[in-house]
Design a protein around this ligand. Structure first.
Ligand code: FMN
Length: 173
């Protein structure tokens, strides 16, 4: 079914554990803004490219954990060309995060780039180019982190093949 390409979508608050507990920050995107085909995919880990667009105004976001409203300001958001970031490789998790026993399916992207700060309030579009593995339950946080790091290495390697460059160009067009 690949590639699956999305429109520009919002970045919403996850439960904040990705960054805090795992050291692997993820951008959660609202499932209802994604193409329906994504719902038919098996729960698991996928790779692709994402393009993050800078949003200048500050935004008010509601934290999913405690309903707290947080004002985010992106004036100082790091930017590359034209205020947008380059297209970057992503590893995505589509699942219910059995390790954390979530009740609903979430789509989370880990962008393979060292950011100086969060990009809540920015928007992004992305594509899914392939499948890596099913979603697994883990007995330890370390085992989950270890596998995510392998997913990251696989993503880097696969996306470095010349044949994938065209999918990067499509997002930049
Ligand atoms: N969670 C699981 O329970 N099982 C998995 O197999 C799994 N694989 C993942 C693979 C990748 C590449 C990423 C980025 C996340 C994966 N996760 C998996 C989800 C993490 O548990 C999740 O990022 C964490 O719960 C943080 O979520 P939060 O941002 O909503 O707090």
């Amino acid at each position: 079914p690949y590639p699956i390409s999305t429109e520009l979508c919002d970045i919403i608050c996850g439960f904040g554990r990705g960054s805090a507990e795992l050291g692997i920050p993820t951008a959660n995107v609202p499932i209802e803004q994604l193409p329906a085909e994504i719902n038919d995919l098996d729960l698991g880990v996928y790779f692709g490219f994402a393009k993050i667009n800078k949003v200048d105004k500050s935004v008010l976001m509601v934290d999913r954990n405690d309903g707290r409203q947080v004002q985010y300001n992106f004036g100082k958001f790091l930017s590359a060309k034209n205020g947008d970031l380059d297209t970057l490789p992503v590893v995505l998790s589509i699942g219910k995060n059995p390790f954390y026993d979530n009740k609903f399916k979430t789509v989370e992207l880990h962008v393979l780039h060292k950011f100086s700060h969060d990009f809540y309030g920015a928007k992004l579009k992305f594509n899914i180019l392939g499948y890596i593995r099913p979603e697994l339950d883990y007995t330890t946080k370390e085992a989950l982190i270890n596998d995510i790091n392998i997913d990251i290495e696989i993503t880097k390697k696969v996306l470095s093949y010349e044949g994938y460059a065209k999918y990067k160009d499509i997002l930049n067009a």
